[in-house]
Design a protein around this ligand. Structure first.
Ligand code: PLP
Length: 399
């Protein structure tokens, strides 16, 4: 009989979104006349930009003609897209070589797949609360996880603790779910700590395009030394509405090196390339042409307009929190608003309360780690009208 990977038994039941859906459906059954506004799931709602769709159409036409048809593409991504991504990095303050860029089908796969490259006896540092994929994928590999606590006291931006050694460090900035964003000085501290420990930082920048504050870094590579220790994962999911289209990119700098037990130098970039060429056959040509269009001047205009719509919703939610004197993070430089549950409730109790009294759905913080137990996430991914109405109902909870 095949023996399964028993580390899967160590995974916590992933019931967050299914439990949310279940409670919403029970509520709707019991209250068929009440309309429910969803500010819970982190999925975009605006359609792809016009120029992006045009590029997809043109690429689809190419695929339908013998002269321009394409079969398997390069596993690392087509040169035209790697070039466009390198151009984007230049604009946000970093020089990245095209052979350090790996086109992916999104940040979720790559943040999980990168664990293939590391030995199981590494100690991994993971913030709590955070996007749950880092914990789950390392649990599947049986790695020792050390949590770094995020709290109101550190603005949900945990900093290095020099008394703790780590080999792998996950950072997510702007963070999901807290919306908190590291500044340059804080990232410098993290890079110093990683270099001191010989550690690798796995930096998830899936929300970099929401950063509007010029002083905040949009890539870890604007920090000196980061190319020697940091891998960066980015995605067009939230930037350009690609959650259903699927395209992202991962930067694995050539300067990241490690020694094998027998003293041989190993290059992470080469290992990732070997891994990808073995297990991945690339992103569809049509999708890569659409992704290329995102980085064109017209595509950038479209993406910025989408982000502006979401950030207007974030402003409306933040303003409500300000008015009500509720502690929160995010809402600027991020589409997430992370607030302390009112009335001394825990996050699931507040979920039920807000659904029952206001007909508004959010995400209980407990789903992102133990430190989220008394916190709650709202997202800016709805339309303005619904967001205004949701906040009107939210205010009523306090009357
Ligand atoms: N990283 C973070 C922090 C996220 O919040 C998400 C999606 O919600 C992802 C990665 C996944 O992105 P993708 O759609 O590119 O797989």
């Amino acid at each position: 009989m095949a023996r399964f990977n028993e580390r899967f038994l160590d995974l916590k039941e992933s019931y967050l979104f299914s439990e949310v859906a279940k409670r919403v459906s029970v509520f709707k059954e019991n209250n068929p006349d009440r309309d429910v506004i969803r500010l819970g799931i982190g999925d975009v709602t605006l359609p792809l930009g016009k120029s992006v769709v045009q590029a997809m159409h043109a690429a689809a036409d190419e695929m339908g003609k013998a002269e321009t048809f394409r079969g398997y593409g390069p596993e690392q991504g087509y040169d035209f897209l790697r070039k466009a991504v390198a151009g984007h990095y230049k604009e946000i303050g970093a020089d990245i070589d095209e052979d350090e860029i790996f086109v992916s089908d999104g940040a979720k796969s790559d943040t999980g797949n990168i664990t293939d490259l590391f030995s199981a006896d590494n100690t991994v540092l993971i913030p709590d609360p955070v996007y749950p994929v880092y914990v789950d994928t390392n649990t599947m590999n049986g790695r020792n996880i050390v949590y770094m606590d995020g709290s109101a006291e550190n603005d949900f931006l945990p900093m290095p603790d020099r008394s703790v050694h780590a080999d792998i460090i996950y950072l997510c900035s702007p963070n999901n779910p807290t919306g908190a964003c590291y500044n340059k000085q804080q990232l410098e501290e993290w890079v110093d700590y990683a270099l001191e420990n010989g550690a690798v930082i796995l930096f998830d920048s899936a929300y970099e395009s929401f950063i509007s504050d010029d002083d905040l870094p949009r890539t870890i590579y604007c920090i000196e030394g980061a190319k020697k220790c940091a891998v960066e994962f980015c995605s067009l999911s939230k930037t350009a509405g690609f959650t259903g289209t699927r395209c992202g990119y991962t930067i694995v700098p050539k300067a990241i090196k490690s020694l094998s037990p027998d003293g041989r130098e190993m290059s992470l970039n080469k290992m990732w390339n070997r891994r990808q060429t073995t297990k991945f056959n690339g992103v569809p040509y049509v999708v890569q042409r659409a992704a290329e269009a995102v980085f064109s001047p017209e595509g950038q205009k479209e993406s910025k307009a989408m982000t502006a719509c979401y950030m207007e919703n974030a402003r409306i939610i933040s303003e409500t929190m300000n008015e009500l004197g509720i502690r929160y993070t995010g809402g600027v430089n991020s589409p997430y608003i992370w607030f302390e549950c009112p009335f001394g409730m825990d996050s699931w109790t507040f979920f039920d309360h807000m659904l029952e009294k206001a007909g508004v759905v959010g995400t209980p913080g407990a789903g992102f780690g133990k430190n989220g137990d008394r916190w709650f996430r709202l997202t800016a991914f709805n339309n303005k009208e619904n967001t205004i109405e949701a906040m009107k109902r939210f205010r009523k909870l306090f009357e």
